[in-house]
Design a protein around this ligand. Structure first.
Ligand SMILES: [Zn+2]
Length: 275
């Protein structure tokens, strides 16, 4: 009897790994993920992100925000370039090789289209504190923000704080299971910045997805494990990419690279969604 049971259990485990579906219980609380357009960037030289490769070749990037619906409420991942950029006729000009940014629609308008008010958001997190990710944090002044302590305490320009000190915050030191059911997990991936983080989402139909943050900026850089010249730690960046690769293998997860424009252009955008 015992051997038979174990044999069946082994078959089920094998089937599960072949289909790549996460255990259903782990996706229990999450039912929808929306990809929001949070900006488009164009930079003069890709080599800023891929040292020595495609030098002088321009790079176009997407900039996405992700809105996740869970039985306990809405969760927002990254906030994109500031909504104010949408009103600038020529967009926001980049300096020192950083991208020029335009915003075709605001984050506020896209939430409004879904009937979601900023106060309806239960919790939010940002991958890191670069301006193309934190531009609209204060659109949600009362929403709990999950950020790594190392990022929160990283001094900004002239030592300025990176967040409004009155914004409610939970300072993390490592991974964090947001809803306590394994459906949405913040993954600590330092290197691009001192407290950079990524997000593992276990969706009921799509399966597991890792939202990259800027652990890599586009597919070719990911495939070749390239580290941009301006990352705060090359060693940590490589370790974080290794860590994400391990999670992708274990979870049979897709890697959704925030700034990879060809990948992003092929994805469903809000008000459409992934289940
Ligand atoms: Zn970025």
């Amino acid at each position: 009897m015992r051997i038979t049971y174990l044999a069946i259990a082994a078959c089920v485990a094998t089937l599960s790994s072949l289909t790549g579906m996460p255990a259903p219980a782990k996706a229990a609380g999450v039912d929808k993920l929306y990809i929001l357009d949070c900006g488009t960037g164009s930079a003069p030289d890709q080599a800023r992100w891929s040292p020595g490769v495609n030098v002088g070749v321009p790079l176009n990037v997407s900039d996405n925000c992700y809105l996740i619906h869970h039985a306990q409420g809405w969760f927002l991942w990254d906030t994109g370039i500031a909504d104010a950029v949408a009103a600038m006729p020529d967009g926001l000009k980049g300096v020192n090789g950083a991208p020029d940014w335009i915003r075709k629609k605001t984050l506020a308008a896209q939430l409004d289209q879904l009937g979601v008010k900023p106060a309806d958001i239960k919790a939010m997190a940002i991958s890191h504190t670069h301006p193309d990710h934190i531009g609209n944090v204060e659109l949600f002044p009362t929403v709990m923000l999950y950020v790594q302590k190392a990022e929160y305490e990283w001094p900004g320009v002239n030592g300025a704080p990176r967040f409004n000190p009155s914004h409610p915050v939970t300072k993390l030191e490592g991974d964090y299971d947001v809803f306590g059911d394994g459906s949405v997990t913040i993954i600590s991936t330092p290197g691009h910045t001192p407290g950079h983080q990524s997000l593992l989402v276990r969706l009921p139909k799509t399966g597991a997805v890792v939202l990259s943050g800027d652990v890599a900026h586009f597919q070719d850089n990911w495939d070749n494990r390239r580290v941009p010249v301006f990352n705060t730690s090359k060693e940590e960046s490589l370790a974080s990419m290794d860590r994400i690769a391990g999670i992708l293998a274990k979870e049979h997860a897709q890697l959704w690279i925030n700034h990879d424009k060809p990948q992003s252009d092929a994805q469903k955008k809000s008000p459409d969604f992934y289940e």
